[in-house]
Unconditional design. Structure first.
Length: 320
């Protein structure tokens, strides 16, 4: 979908996984947006580059592809986080399994996930209810309504949240990103998985089916154009004023491929593209046999068998 208004506005919304990959790899499709290209770009950059600027710099998710320090750190984290997950060395997985099977710790699941994310990058990381609320504020900032952002600026909530996250992460901006934007997507995934675990038939689902229904990808990513871009799937080329919006969550729902959610194989791939799915599936695999066993025991009860027989009779009459 493309929204155009003469030469003042040109926004391309992309939800096809292959088109996203093609555009993201093009050298003239870049981040961040160019503030001199228009008022909309200037307003967006205030949200992303000014409001979310920390004392030690800009969050890595907003840095350009040409930033060598970002690229080197991203590669280091990818190599570190690609190591196989060991359930024995991570007691947090037991807490996640308890949450999925029994709902235990529902009020603290966000802080638990935040601490787990933080410890991936900083072993001394400690989360709290305050740090979790700070992470939620930063995670929702890019898409927050303007009246909420105005109020947060006026009350000092934004600066307090940034200070809290920076303190907990010891100034590591990759850790700040993991414990805000990354943390919130993982927490939503777990909450969705918890709701799914309460439904009948969850125990019979495969790991891939669980992941495809529960994984929350970032809703949207922004890109700008440095020059004219001729894409084979566009009738008009993109111009310098064009804004490209990758609808990543929608693209993931279309494909069901976790690699799409993490932009795997591209310059901006998430370093946690292996460990996040592994961590989400590890507690699910622990409780799937238990839930399948309970479902089987329920089906063996006389009332369950009678109910099934009645359903079969109704279906037979309908067919007849």
């Amino acid at each position: 979908m493309r929204i155009r208004f003469f030469h003042w506005l040109d926004i391309l919304l992309v939800s096809d996984p292959e088109e996203i990959r093609w555009l993201n790899q093009h050298p003239d499709i870049v981040r961040p947006l160019d503030s001199s290209a228009g008022l909309l770009q200037r307003w967006m950059n205030r949200r992303l580059l000014q409001d979310l600027r920390f004392e030690c710099g800009v969050l890595p998710v907003f840095l350009p592809r040409t930033d060598l320090l970002r690229a080197r750190r991203q590669l280091e984290l990818t190599q570190k986080l690609d190591e196989p997950l060991s359930a024995e060395s991570d007691p947090a997985l037991e807490s996640l399994a308890s949450y999925l099977s029994k709902g235990e710790g529902d009020s603290s699941i966000g802080a638990l996930v935040q601490e787990w994310c933080g410890k991936l990058l900083s072993p001394r990381y400690r989360a709290s209810a305050t740090s979790y609320e700070a992470g939620r504020l930063i995670a929702g900032w890019p898409s927050a309504p303007f009246w909420k952002t105005m109020r947060a600026r006026r009350r000092g909530s934004l600066e307090s949240a940034k200070a809290e996250l920076s303190r907990a992460a010891e100034g590591d901006l990759h850790c700040v990103h993991a414990t805000s934007i990354g943390m919130e997507n993982m927490t939503r995934s777990l909450r969705t998985m918890r709701k799914l675990a309460e439904q009948k038939g969850f125990g019979a689902l495969s790991s891939d089916a669980v992941m495809s229904r529960c994984l929350h990808a970032p809703p949207a990513l922004l890109r700008a154009c440095e020059g004219e871009v001729h894409a084979p799937f566009l009738s008009r080329p993109l111009q310098r004023r064009s804004i490209v919006v990758f609808l990543l969550a929608r693209a993931y729902r279309k494909s069901g491929d976790p690699g799409v959610a993490f932009l795997e194989g591209t310059w901006s791939a998430c370093p946690a593209r292996q460990i996040i799915p592994q961590t989400l599936l590890a507690p699910a695999r622990q409780i799937l046999p238990e839930l399948a066993k309970k479902a089987w025991q329920t089906m063996q009860k006389p009332e369950a068998k009678n109910g099934a027989s009645k359903e079969k009779s109704k279906w037979a009459k309908l067919q007849g």
